[in-house]
Structures are given as structure tokens and as C-alpha cells.
Design a protein around this ligand. Structure first.
Ligand SMILES: [Zn+2]
Length: 302
């Protein structure tokens, strides 16, 4: 039995504020689950994160308050946290008086989302995410599936599906094909898969409906025999492995949008391959794209 943890990165809105939308799924066999979860917990412990969620887009932002504190990196965690909180409280009070409710609300949200990580310098936060990505790279048993949609090349007036539908159908098809191949190599046991998704009400409803349809009619590419049930929706705050899917989606999107290779090169090692050609991760874009994903798709076997 395999779990496939799914998360999205960027927005599927057109145009939205990102050029790409990525839906990523990381599959692990259930007999490795405990070890994987334990490794991630160890990394969190090393960075004094307790049970905080790893939300990579918030972790890797520059926190301006930190740059305003003298010798921030030489302070201990408690002092760092105290000083950042002082600056933030002052700023919140200032914005409250300034009569700009939009900015006030946004700033409060930024502070809330980054609160768990303010005791770490930017370099430490980068190391944290790199360690997580390295961990995933080392999981030889894990497989990455992803649909990365370049929204510039997605024409909603001509596409038969929405970006969300297309992406979900791709992930389901590839995960299913992977399970069928794994099942053939071990015919004595049926190879089952279960999708586990971060809980988000609108996505939950949509993906549940789509999955019911796939069970009845198959996807465009395959019948669905091995993935069981509709996706399970969990609270990503409580489930480390969904947070790892978030890191994967982020690494793919940042590579395609900004050319950031460090995290991508680690995560992409786990992309599902058949005869050394990447089949699990697709970049939906123009046909002349030379990115590492498109190149790995075209690469002929050695
Ligand atoms: Zn490409």
C-alpha cells in the first residue's frame, strides 16, 4: 500500500500572482511512513520548531525585523524571538492608528504565518528547508508526481478542463500507472494507493467529485484500479508528510519561475522515471521549452 501526499503551489487563478500552478504528489510505501515522519520530526527538533508546520513559502521570506536587530545571529533563540516580537508589536500598534485596515490586516497575517520561525536567521531557515529536501532526495523508495502548468500557455477558452482538473487528473493517472507497474512486479499482493490531501474545503469537494468520476470511467489515460477511495483530507498542521508535499511543489514552482535550482535538483531526483525518462513530472508549456523537466521528458534511454 502506498500513500500519495498532495499539495499545490501557486494559484490556479488566471492570471493570479504566480506564472505557474503546480500540483505535486509524493508517494511513499506505508512501511516507510514511520521512518519518514521520524526523520522530518528530527529536523524540526534540530531547529527548535516543536510541532510547528513547515510552510516553506512563509519560512523562506525575508523577515525585515531581523535585519533591524543588531547582531541578530549572535543572540540566543529567546532573545531573538523577544526582539522580533517587540518590533512587531510596535508596528501593529502603528498600523492600527494609521487608518489603513488593508495593510494592518495583511501585516497581522504575515506575522501570524511566520511567528513559528522568527527565532531562526534567514540562513538557518534556508538550511532547514535544504535539509528537508535532502531527506526527500535520499528516500529511494519515494516517487514524485507533479503537473506544472505555465499559465501563459493555458488557454481556458480552448481547454476542455480547468487547470485544477487537468492537474488532478494527471497526478491520479501517473500515480495509478506507477501502482500498476509496482503491482506487476509483485503479483501476489494487490498494490493499493491512497491520496492524502491538505484540507481545503473547495479543493476537497472538487477532488472528491473528480475521483468518483475516475473510479467509474477512468481518466483520459487509464482505468483506475489501484487507487482506492476518494482522497483523504487532513490538517496539514498535524501531518508532517503533507508539509513535505508542500516543499516539493514549492521547489518545482520556484525553479520554473525563478530558476532556483538548489531545492529543485534535490527533489527532482525522486521524479518517477521509466527507462531513465521522467514520466511522473510534466511541465505544461510551449514545445520548445528547454527546462530540466522538459529535457528529462525527451531524454532517450541510454
Ligand atoms: Zn519546461
Amino acid at each position: 500500500m502506498y500513500f500519495c501526499y498532495i499539495d499545490e503551489s501557486g494559484t490556479s487563478d488566471i492570471p493570479g500572482n504566480t506564472s505557474h500552478f503546480v500540483l505535486a504528489g509524493l508517494s511513499i510505501p506505508i512501511w516507510h511512513w514511520r521512518d519518514c515522519d521520524g526523520e522530518i520530526e528530527n529536523i524540526k527538533r534540530k531547529y527548535a520548531l516543536g510541532s510547528s508546520e513547515l510552510h516553506v513559502a512563509w519560512i523562506l521570506r525575508p523577515y525585515l525585523e531581523q535585519t533591524r536587530i543588531t547582531d541578530f545571529s549572535s543572540l540566543d533563540h529567546r532573545q531573538r524571538r523577544y526582539q522580533v516580537e517587540c518590533i512587531r508589536k510596535t508596528e501593529i500598534l502603528r498600523l492600527q492608528k494609521a487608518g489603513n485596515p488593508g495593510l494592518y490586516k495583511q501585516t497581522r497575517k504575515n506575522y501570524r504565518k511566520t511567528e513559528a520561525y522568527i527565532h531562526l536567521t534567514f540562513d538557518e531557515r534556508r538550511n532547514l528547508i535544504r535539509e528537508v529536501a535532502q531527506c526527500v532526495a535520499n528516500w529511494g523508495f519515494a516517487r514524485l508526481f507533479a503537473e506544472c502548468v505555465d499559465k501563459i500557455y493555458f488557454d481556458p477558452s480552448r481547454a476542455p478542463q480547468t487547470i485544477d482538473e487537468q492537474s488532478f487528473e494527471q497526478i491520479v493517472s501517473r500515480f495509478e500507472q506507477y501502482l500498476q507497474i509496482m503491482g506487476k512486479s509483485n503479483p501476489s499482493s494487490q498494490c493499493c494507493g491512497l491520496l492524502i490531501h491538505d484540507n481545503n474545503e473547495t479543493v476537497a469537494k472538487k477532488h472528491t467529485e473528480l475521483m468518483k468520476g475516475f473510479h467509474q470511467r477512468g481518466t483520459f489515460w487509464t482505468r483506475v484500479k489501484n487507487i482506492i477511495e476518494t482522497p483523504l483530507f487532513v490538517d496539514s498542521q498535524l501531518t508532517s508528510m503533507v508539509q513535505i508535499a508542500d516543499v516539493c511543489g514549492y521547489a518545482l514552482r520556484r525553479y520554473l519561475e525563478n530558476g532556483d535550482e538548489e531545492l529543485f535538483d534535490l527533489i527532482f531526483q525522486r521524479a518517477d522515471r521509466k527507462d531513465s525518462i521522467v514520466v511522473g513530472v510534466r511541465h505544461f508549456t510551449h514545445s520548445a521549452c528547454t527546462c530540466k523537466i522538459c529535457s528529462a521528458h525527451r531524454k532517450s534511454s541510454p
